[in-house]
Every structure is written in C-alpha cells, then in structure tokens.
Design a protein around this ligand. Sequence first.
Ligand code: SAM
Length: 297
Amino acid sequence: MFSYRHAFHAGSHADVLKHVVLIAILRHLTLKDTALSVIDTHAGAGLYRLDGDYAGTSGEAQDGVLKLFAEQAAIPGLAPVIQDYLDLLASFNAPGQLKIYPGSPFVIHKHLRVEARDKARLFELHPTDSKALTANIAQLEAGRQITVQRSDGFEALKSQLPPPSRRALVLIDPSYEIKSDYPRTAAAIQDALKRFATGTYVVWYPIIARPEAHDLPRRLTTLARQAGKPWLDATLAIGQGDEKTEPGEPRRHGLTASGMFVINPPHTLKPALQLALPQLLAVLGRGRGKGQTLESG
Ligand code: SAM
C-alpha cells in the first residue's frame, strides 16, 4: 500500500497543472476578508529536492517544471497564473536555480493570511512522508494555523466539514495506487457536498487507460450536477516523448496526462486557465497524444 512516494513525481507535468490551478484558486479565495479553511487530504511530504536521489531516478521534473523554468522567458505574454507559480517557486530557491520543489502544503501555506485567521489542515498517511511533512511544517512556526495529522484523508475530511468559517477549499490528491482511491474520491465528494455544499472542491486525477480513471471525472460531473453546483475540468496531456532510453536508464514516460476537477470554482478560474493551459502545452507538449481541454458546466 505504501509504495507510492511523491518525491519520485515532484515537479512532474501533473504537479505543474495541479499547483497552477491550486494557486489560481487560492489567490481568488484569499481576496475576501473572511477566514478560509484549506483541507489537504493527501498532503505528501511538503518539500522535495529536485536534485535528490528520488527525483533523479525518474526525471519527471525534467519533463515538467524544469522545462517550464528553463523556457519561461520564451513564452510570449506569460499567463499571470503561470507567473504566480514561477514566483512561488522562486521564493523557495536561490536566484536562477530550481532545486527545491514545494508541494501542496507549502503552496497553500504561502497563501494563508494571519490577519484573516486562515487555517490549513493537512493529512498524510505514509509514515515516512507524514514525519517529513511534520518536520517541514514545524520550521514554519505557524502554530495552530497549519496542522498535520497522520491519518486517512478521506475519513478525516468528514470531521472538517462544515468549517467554522463557512469558507473552505478542499484538495483531494490521492496517489490512486490502489483501485479503491477512485470510488473513495467520488464518495468523499458526495459526502462533502452534503455536509458543506458551498465549499470549493478540487480533485486531481490521472488520465490512464483504466476504467476507474476514465469514470472518475464523469462521476464528479454527475455529483456536481446533482448538487446543482458549477464545475470545471482542466486536463493537460504532454503526449508520448520520442527520446530513446539507453539500456539500464530509467523509464522516462510514466503518466502522460492528468486532470483537475473543480466543484464551485471561482469565476476567475476559467479565464485564467484559458490563457495558461495552451501556454503550458506549448512548453511541455512533446509529441503524439498531446493536448489540453477545459470544460465547465
Ligand atoms: N498533494 C501533494 C502535493 O501536491 O504536493 C501530493 C500528494 S501525493 C499525490 C499522494 C499522497 O497521499 C502520498 O504522499 C501518499 O502517501 C498519501 N496517501 C495515500 N493514501 C492516503 C490516505 N488514505 N490518506 C492520506 N494520505 C494518503
């Protein structure tokens, strides 16, 4: 069960999509004075080294954030939300370098406002990652503003809704290494919408040839429609690369496409992504099967 370690995938194209969308939402939700509760059900370790052993074995950041970082100056009229993402990365790194990659807990923390009493609740089940996350978050000295629990994020979500502030952003970002993550994600959204219908819910999902994966965005669309809530589904497929790997070299191309499904998206999200997604594709797309979609209802 615990074979998945996000450190192998940190900074991949999937992380780029996920964190660009997350930042766009956080920026909008923190414009209003009232307190925001952010719940990250599958938080990971929080911080990753892109030059470390884990990242080096898969090279996923090479085809993701490192490519974007290297080519940013060549993107005409860079979308503000991509600029925000690059600025956030810069705040964790020395000028001109990209060695540290912030995961969702640190993306979230950067947006929390002390004066508005925003809060983040992070859940991570993996013993090593939850320990690393706890240590990483402790360095922030953020006190009760941001807490870490080693527990099942799907179960924990129930106890967090509705939030006292009546404003919440929930990120559900499982590894989907076990099949049950798909139905559990849909069930968690269904339950969450009953408990707190006006929350903003964000689900990352892989686009792979597996019926459960195919089905998840459809099920989420149905749940949003049944609840009478608006939704948005953004996907990014970088396509199959054609570079050859030498014998003994790690396989470079695992996942090539993923999506972010958002229920109750801020009205600013669609226009922000209409600009950003084609730019991400232009930089990260690399061959057969590349593309991006943006649907909403
Ligand atoms: N959200 C992180 C980010 O954007 O930086 C990445 C999270 S990673 C895709 C998924 C994480 O969920 C892994 O660290 C895994 O150990 C953890 N995990 C797996 N099952 C879980 C569960 N039931 N509850 C909480 N965490 C779980």
